[in-house]
Design a protein. Structure first.
Length: 200
């Protein structure tokens, strides 16, 4: 697979990711939910930190996380370039790296720029290119919207840890960038031998 094709894949993922996020930001109020099916909902939330909403405490926690992500994406970008340049890398590996790069870069765009591009989404629709941004550069929030609560209910009391509690499977809320990262990692795991096979 050529570097041009890898770049095209990255561009397409980024376009779909950013268009979907901008649409949600400008058409949904924070916390607003639309039920597509009983098991699939569009739910607008914002993630201030790492996966699952984890935060790094302190005044510079968010800045540290964003800078770390930028360096990580730089490393993934070099990995992609090096894999293509070696000529013998498999398409499985190149597609996987391209998807991971696109997903990570998509969420970085939110973290770096959304704080200065949008105003608040609390109790109002956000405005793109606003005069009253909700944050500063490098302090934006990542937009998530896909929610698949396949099953919701109370677990039986005899189950350890979660017994007797209300439980939702699957309760993660995510975006296109997250799907790209997960797909890329999934390819590396499922097609491990093909991805890392060096043909001579």
């Amino acid at each position: 697979m050529s570097l041009l094709k890898a770049y095209l894949l990255i561009f397409l993922v980024l376009m779909v990711d950013q268009v979907s996020k901008i649409y949600i930001k400008t058409n949904f109020i924070l916390g607003e939910e639309v039920e597509v099916f009983r098991w699939f909902k569009i739910l607008f939330v914002e993630n201030e930190g790492m996966a699952w909403g984890t935060r790094i405490p302190g005044e510079y926690g968010k800045l540290f996380l964003t800078v770390f992500r930028i360096f990580a994406v730089g490393g993934i970008g070099y990995w992609l370039w090096d894999s293509v340049e070696r000529k013998h890398s498999s398409n499985y590996l190149i597609v996987a790296i391209a998807l991971i790069f696109a997903g990570a870069f998509g969420n970085i765009i939110d973290s770096v720029f959304y704080g200065v591009l949008f105003d608040e989404s609390h109790s109002q629709l956000a405005t793109l290119f606003t005069d009253e941004p909700y944050g500063t550069l490098f302090h934006g929030k990542v937009v998530d919207m896909f929610y698949f609560p396949f099953w919701q209910g109370f677990l039986p009391d005899w189950l350890p840890i979660w017994g007797g509690r209300e439980f939702t499977f699957f309760n993660a809320i995510f975006n296109i960038a997250d799907v790209a990262i997960s797909t890329g990692v999934g390819i590396l795991i499922v097609f491990n031998k093909k991805a890392f096979h060096n043909s001579h």
